[in-house]
Design a protein around this ligand. Structure first.
Ligand SMILES: NC(=O)c1ccc[n+]([C@@H]2O[C@H](COP(=O)([O-])OP(=O)(O)OC[C@H]3O[C@@H](n4cnc5c(N)ncnc54)[C@H](O)[C@@H]3O)[C@@H](O)[C@H]2O)c1
Length: 329
């Protein structure tokens, strides 16, 4: 299939491109490069430098490349920033998303896989979180992703759009070719690795008095290769006509890991010391966030292969060693 990957020059998108290409699909990347990197796009893959708000550029791209389906990953995704600037998040995650859907409709491209987030659940009542649990986002990031999910459902009933929405928390790790390079970086594993190589003097841990085994927050980390495989699987199931209009969590499949456990594993993997300091809790950080992946395993046969934390951290470490300054700009 010919697949448009929005946000395909970003972290997860770069690995989704790889997985799509490996599965025999053709990929066209659509990215405004505001956070993405040209070097994150595989050589030979068309990169359209365009914004999701640019309806004309979108329709032109869909038509010119005879696109059959879209994997939609372009978004703003910083929780803290979303609280300070909700307008930006409504524009990028809702208005721009609807512009994409309308361009798709205009060009009769009626299949989409959406990278949602487990932030749609807010502070969950139970763990692990299931897809049927209450949706109570506590920040504009989660709220705007949920708004787009709901738009998918309405576009489906009104216009026949077929969709799959994937909700997950912490993408982590790297493929052999592509890794995580954000500025600013807010995700734990790259911060830990950057501390290991001395790019940061110390890792700040936000609170050690949570009701978890060592007092630090416990989270769900999913290897980016496994996430990419889930996107391809969802797309293939969607387009083969078997199952559509489904929402799936992508979780780590186990109990998750505390911040201290992540640091300990990183010390073993890197052989470095990794100094840490405990600072006060961040407002709105739940003690535990772990998603259940039973539905996607049962319905689509998703089979994550890199769940072990040392594999996740090890791949991020290897990537940073081969790309000490990230991607060339
Ligand atoms: N990283 C995670 O842990 C995580 C967890 C859950 C969900 N997600 C979702 O997965 C997706 C990808 O996340 P990521 O970490 O790879 O992010 P990223 O910032 O690395 O990639 C996003 C890409 O989208 C592009 N982009 C943003 N707005 C755009 C616009 N208006 N027009 C065109 N391009 C635009 C950026 O330039 C960037 O290349 C996002 O939708 C995010 O919400 C990420």
């Amino acid at each position: 299939m010919r697949v448009l990957v929005t946000g395909g020059a970003g972290y997860i998108g770069s690995v989704v491109n790889e997985a799509l290409l490996q599965a025999g699909h053709e990929v066209v990347v659509y990215d405004n490069l505001y956070k993405g990197h040209v070097a994150a796009v595989p050589p030979g893959t068309p990169l359209i430098r365009g914004d999701l708000m640019d309806r004309e550029m979108l329709t032109q791209t869909l038509l010119q490349h005879e696109i059959e389906a879209v994997v939609h990953m372009a978004a703003d995704s910083l929780v803290g920033e979303s609280v300070l600037d909700p307008g930006k998040y409504y524009r990028s995650n809702v208005v721009a998303g609807l512009t994409l859907l309308d361009a798709m409709r205009q060009c009769s491209v009626m299949q989409i896989v959406f990278s949602s987030t487990a932030a749609v659940y807010g502070e969950p009542a139970k763990q692990p979180i299931e897809e049927s649990d209450p949706l109570r986002p506590v920040n504009p990031y989660g709220e705007t992703k949920l708004a787009f999910e709901r738009a998918l459902s309405w576009y489906s009933s009104a216009y026949g759009l077929r969709y799959a929405s994937l909700r997950y928390f912490n993408a982590a790790g790297a493929s052999a070719e592509h890794g995580e390079w954000h500025n600013p970086e807010t995700h734990l594993i790259p911060l830990v690795i950057q501390t290991a190589v001395g790019k940061r003097p110390v890792l700040e841990i936000y609170g050690d008095d949570y009701p978890t085994k060592d007092g630090t927050c416990l989270r769900d980390y999913v290897h980016v290769n496994d996430l990419a495989a889930a996107h391809v699987l969802a797309l293939q199931t969607l387009t083969s006509g078997d199952i559509c209009n489904r929402i799936y969590n992508l979780g780590c499949g186990g109990e998750g890991y505390t911040v201290c456990q992540v640091v300990e594993v990183a010390r073993q993997v890197t052989g470095r010391e990794i100094p840490v300091t405990v600072v006060k809790r961040r407002p709105g950080d739940p003690a535990i966030l772990v998603a259940s992946s039973e539905r996607i395993k049962r319905e689509l046969g998703w089979d994550p292969r890199f769940q072990d934390l040392s594999k996740i951290v090890g791949s991020a470490w290897t990537w940073l060693q081969t790309h000490p300054n990230g991607y060339p700009e």
